[in-house]
Write a protein that binds this ligand. Structure first.
Ligand SMILES: NC(=O)c1ccc[n+]([C@@H]2O[C@H](COP(=O)([O-])OP(=O)(O)OC[C@H]3O[C@@H](n4cnc5c(N)ncnc54)[C@H](OP(=O)(O)O)[C@@H]3O)[C@@H](O)[C@H]2O)c1
Length: 124
């Protein structure tokens, strides 16, 4: 398996545009910061809340000022097909071809869980 560094170093002539879903917190936000600040990528922070997306972009701009022009929020709720299609269209409209999509926003498929676990998950 290739490291992030080796993949990113493979071509330095072109900025890589990467979408990370669930990017306003946790692993997604940390990855966006890493990709933009340390690997020169242009990163789309996929967030279902525009407000949270803006706040996440601002937090990266503060933490890594040199990367601030390479991060932007993209509204996307991965559980909503209409939202996903709109996000894809928004990227397409920019004339951007994504290098990668990181499906970080996890969804637990409750329908495939045993009844007891499904009840626990939906109640918690
Ligand atoms: N942390 C771990 O130890 C660990 C271990 C194994 C696997 N994972 C997986 O790694 C991923 C990230 O984990 P994390 O710890 O960083 O989680 P987290 O801090 O809870 O962050 C989850 C992110 O996903 C977003 N999100 C949730 N549902 C979404 C949806 N339908 N559409 C778009 N965004 C959505 C959340 O946005 P909101 O703020 O809007 O809710 C949040 O930004 C998850 O898939 C998790 O299952 C994590």
């Amino acid at each position: 398996m290739q490291s992030i560094s080796s993949v990113m170093a493979a071509s330095t002539s072109q900025v890589r545009h990467i979408l990370v879903t669930g990017a306003n917190s946790g692993i997604g936000l940390a990855l966006c910061k890493l990709l933009a600040a340390e690997h020169g990528c242009h990163v789309y922070l996929g967030c279902r809340s525009a407000e949270k997306g803006a706040a996440a972009v601002a937090s990266i701009a503060v933490a890594a000022p040199l990367a601030k022009d390479r991060v932007e929020a993209l509204t996307i709720d991965v559980s909503d097909d209409v939202s996903c299609a709109a996000a894809a269209e928004a990227v397409r409209a920019k004339g951007v071809k994504l290098y990668a999509v990181v499906n970080n926003a996890g969804l637990l498929p409750c329908c495939s869980l045993p009844c007891s676990l499904r009840a626990w998950v939906t109640q918690s």
